[in-house]
Ligand binder design. Structure first.
Ligand SMILES: Nc1nc2c(ncn2[C@@H]2O[C@H](COP(=O)(O)OP(=O)(O)OP(=O)(O)O)[C@@H](O)[C@H]2O)c(=O)[nH]1
Ligand SMILES: [Mg+2]
Length: 213
């Protein structure tokens, strides 16, 4: 089971990314589980349930789990990830997924996953705050395995210079991968999937017998 942690500021597109990737991978025969963390509600899990379980029948309900962490979202994924680790065990017992996407509650640029919880970490930033990030840094932005800059469709509305953001991403991440996308229009998502295929070894996983839902 590959555990992919997904971090990023409130509203940057973490759930949208999980929904997109789940559809892509399930259609290719990968068995996907989803674990969401929300601070005060099970909002994201309920949304995923409505979209991917009830409406589109992409995953069975036992492949989805939502945690309500309370308090600080960092704690549940970094200082004391025991609740999440137990939830992963439950998902494994119930449906034994090939990949699990773990969404953190909305955080800031300093959030990270404990290595005991995630094997691979994606940080989702968006352009809505302009182009000062990723240049300003922050450990989540600089140390994550993949930086996804989402909502490039709205960049012109906030005068966000995407070339500056690309150069800054290269510099602060010292060459680690980044990809610029719009999960709304689909722009950049082919590159995103290509990068993740390579990073997560999806083709090898399918050859070894990933079995679909
Ligand atoms: N314009 C635009 N809107 C987007 C894009 N991706 C997501 N959104 C919208 O942005 C809002 C937030 O998206 P979510 O996927 O819920 O973001 P999130 O990071 O999971 O949010 P929290 O879990 O609340 O922190 C939603 O209204 C999405 O429809 C995009 O590429 N472009
Ligand atoms: Mg979300």
């Amino acid at each position: 089971m590959i555990r992919v942690g997904i971090l990023g500021p409130v509203g940057s597109g973490k759930t949208s990314l999980i929904e997109f990737l789940t559809v892509v991978y399930v259609k290719r025969g990968v068995k996907v589980g989803i674990l969401t963390n929300d601070v005060v509600s099970a909002h994201d899990a309920m949304r995923i349930y409505r979209n991917l379980v009830e409406r589109d029948r992409i995953i069975p309900r036992e492949n989805l789990l939502g945690l309500v962490t309370g308090g600080c979202p960092h704690t549940a994924i970094r200082e004391d990830p025991s609740l999440n680790i137990r939830a992963l065990e439950t998902l494994q017992e119930r449906s034994n997924p090939d990949i699990v996407f773990i969404e953190s509650g909305g955080d800031n640029v300093m959030s990270t996953f404990s290595s005991s919880l995630a094997d691979y970490v994606i940080f989702v930033l968006d352009t809505s705050a302009g182009d000062k990030y990723p240049g300003k840094g922050g450990i989540g932005i600089t140390e994550s395995d993949l930086l996804v800059v989402n909502k490039i469709d709205i960049a012109p509305l906030v005068n966000a210079d995407l070339n500056k953001m690309r150069e800054d991403a290269q510099r602060v991440r010292r060459g680690k991968p980044n990809v610029f996308v719009s999960l709304k229009t689909g722009e950049g998502t082919t590159d995103l999937v290509k990068i993740l295929d390579g990073e997560l070894g999806i083709e090898e996983l399918l050859k070894r017998g990933g079995q679909g839902k």
